[in-house]
Design a protein around this ligand. Structure first.
Ligand SMILES: NC(=O)c1ccc[n+]([C@@H]2O[C@H](COP(=O)([O-])OP(=O)(O)OC[C@H]3O[C@@H](n4cnc5c(N)ncnc54)[C@H](OP(=O)(O)O)[C@@H]3O)[C@@H](O)[C@H]2O)c1
Length: 377
């Protein structure tokens, strides 16, 4: 049996589901000759580490308890009664402890550091883990969208990094692009809808509903971040666009992308409270969006929040697309990518499906870990 030690950074919706998937896939993985040994789990406040990472792992009963505690919204430190199972470190000691563990395990069994946090702070740990020869798997986009120098260090050993779930959750986006790139087929253009939230919003306004109403509906359905401006700013799509753009070899930073926000600066979180935005700010945006929807309809087109990567251009924003095109036919919260290359010239390669959700995203992360199993003895 091949043992793969894992440290999980971040145990929110995705991290919790990853632990559940690891536990529920035990017999499947056993048939594949693989065992994932979770030796550490962290949240924003603490790190739980197996009492001896060389000989012990956090067992499945304990991992289920971790999932239960995090589902209840509590901190990992409430598990201090399980001291026989593990050691508990405060956030201030977590980084050093993960690096010490990576130093030890990299010389023996190897280690996968999995980033399911939504933090920029994990960058230091990830870069050191890479330097030590460990593997890294990310659902977190932030380290991959940091400054170019940091990105270069992170991806310096392509065989040891996977980040499929950062774009399109469980959809095989990065893997497909890598296959096309490694076959020498030049990618000319990517046109994509990469936000489930904005996909839902734009397909609903197409039916004539006011933008303000649709955004509020999306919020009450749980499709948006707690502050919907985090989705409407376009920044999340921009991060995904940057990840794809860099994968294609463009040396670009987030601040050099063209990003269209769906609200003006004066309605931003620093200038307007969330309550005011929801009660009055949003209403002021209705007319403009309605006019744009109607203008597009006159030409048989629909509005979509689109990411375009073509030549040196990487931009995200509202675009009119033909109603009868892959992007125009998109409904609800699905993601879609149309990839044009020499081989996919007239008809693009189209990848479409659920582009968010804790279960799907965690499944993508798990598949990434399994994908690097050959690096473990
Ligand atoms: N959910 C999706 O559909 C989806 C899809 C694709 C990609 N992603 C990405 O996957 C990541 C996780 O998403 P999520 O929905 O699970 O987010 P989430 O529910 O907000 O969970 C984030 C977790 O990270 C922890 N955390 C914060 N700072 C940390 C730090 N410095 N070190 C270690 N842990 C830290 C948080 O701790 P506390 O519990 O103490 O707050 C929390 O457990 C995000 O980067 C997101 O963009 C999510």
């Amino acid at each position: 049996m091949k043992n793969i030690p894992v440290i999980l950074l971040g145990c929110g919706g995705v991290g919790r589901h990853l632990l559940q998937h690891i536990v529920s896939c035990r017999s499947l993985h056993a048939k594949l000759g693989v065992r994932l040994q979770v030796v550490g789990v962290s949240d924003s406040k603490s790190l739980l580490l197996a009492s001896d990472v060389f000989t012990r792992e956090l067992d499945d009963t304990f991992l289920n308890e971790v999932s239960r505690v995090k589902l209840g919204g509590s901190s990992l430190k409430t598990l201090s009664s399980f001291v026989n199972e593990c050691q508990i470190f405060a956030n201030s000691e977590a980084t050093r402890t993960v690096i010490d563990t990576a130093t030890c395990l990299s010389k023996s069994t190897g280690l996968v550091v999995v980033d399911c946090s939504a933090s920029s702070e994990t960058m230091g740990v990830l870069n050191q883990a890479v330097d030590l020869g460990c593997c890294i798997v990310l659902a977190n986009k932030k380290p991959l969208t940091a400054a170019m120098d940091d990105y270069d260090k992170l991806v310096a050993h392509p065989r040891r990094i996977r980040y499929e779930s950062t774009v399109g959750a469980g959809l095989p986006v990065i893997a497909s692009l890598n296959r096309i790139l490694s076959s020498g087929d030049p990618i000319r253009c990517i046109v994509a809808c990469l936000s489930g939230t904005l996909g839902y919003v734009m397909s609903e306004v197409e039916g004539g509903k006011p933008f303000s109403q649709v955004v509020k509906d999306a919020k009450s359905l749980g499709y948006t971040e707690p502050d919907p401006r985090d989705d409407l700013s376009g920044m999340d799509v921009a991060r995904k666009a940057l990840i794809l753009s860099r994968l294609l070899g463009r040396r670009v930073n987030l601040d050099s992308l063209k990003i269209e926000s769906l609200y003006p600066e004066e309605m931003g979180p620093n200038m307007m409270s969330l309550e005011d935005f929801l009660s009055s700010g949003l209403l002021l945006l209705d007319n403009d969006i309605q006019e744009r929807v109607q203008k597009a309809a006159l030409d048989g087109k629909v509005l979509r929040y689109v990411c375009v990567i073509e030549g040196s251009r990487t931009e995200v924003g509202l675009r009119e697309v033909p109603k009868d095109s892959p992007l125009g036919r998109l409904r609800g919260s699905n993601n879609i990518l149309a990839i044009y290359s020499r081989c996919y010239n007239e008809q693009p390669l189209v990848i479409e499906g659920a582009g968010a959700g804790n279960d799907t995203t965690a499944a993508g992360v798990l598949a990434d870990i399994l994908d690097i199993q050959d690096l473990f003895a």
